[in-house]
Ligand binder design. Sequence first.
Ligand SMILES: Nc1nc2c(c(=O)[nH]1)N[C@H]1C(S)=C(S)[C@@H](COP(=O)(O)O)O[C@H]1N2
Ligand SMILES: [Mo]
Length: 231
Amino acid sequence: MSYIPFDPNSKKIKNREALVRYRKALQEKKAWTEGLPMGEGPLNRDGNPKLPPGQKAVDRWPVLDLGIQPDLPLEMWSLTVSGLVKRPTSFTWDQFMALPQAEDVSDFHCVTSWSRMDNHWKGVRFRDIAERCEVLPSARYVFIKAYDSYSTNLPLEEAMKYDVLLVHMWEDKPLPKDHGGPVRMITPQLYAWKGAKWIGEIVFRDRDELGFWEQRGYSNTAEPWLNDRYS
Ligand SMILES: Nc1nc2c(c(=O)[nH]1)N[C@H]1C(S)=C(S)[C@@H](COP(=O)(O)O)O[C@H]1N2
Ligand SMILES: [Mo]
């Protein structure tokens, strides 16, 4: 048995500790005087600088994926919810569209250093899907599977944030196939690889499992304002 040496002074641990203090200050509405989170511009609605560190705002929305863009006619499409839920469910397109529909405007930060600001989305809140399927108290993580065999993972707490949506409209048009249509997930407060295009399954779990990029050296936590890109 060998142990990974623990360095309490590592930058990563320092950043995490600072983030914990930062969030506590936000919650308690106290002034924040330390240097974190990083970034530029006026504060956004979450209290973070509009532009995270190392990012550049772009006008056109680039396409990034593994090169397979699955063709998903709506009558073939379904979204499966499984794992630690009381009611495992497979939603057809019509059933998905019958869920409460939300609109939001949020920013999209790609780890390859571009950000597309102020995207107007329409879709279903992740938390409404979780509620509908009755997530069990033992669930702490979500594992997401996509139709191109991509996967990603996140803590349940992150997935339940108010701005995490499964979107089907972008700028008042159906989400284009190359951006993950008919439905993709978005995670505005984490780097965009945590949001699966062509989402097909949500698995609620009591333990974490690394997804496609997380297994290949991307950070598991993926916090843009901590410049938390690679592990
Ligand atoms: N299914 C799937 N989702 C995915 C990916 C992918 O390859 N397949 N790439 C991720 C990465 S690395 C990024 S940066 C964003 C890119 O989304 P976009 O192509 O709409 O800009 O999708 C994420 N979601
Ligand atoms: Mo990416």
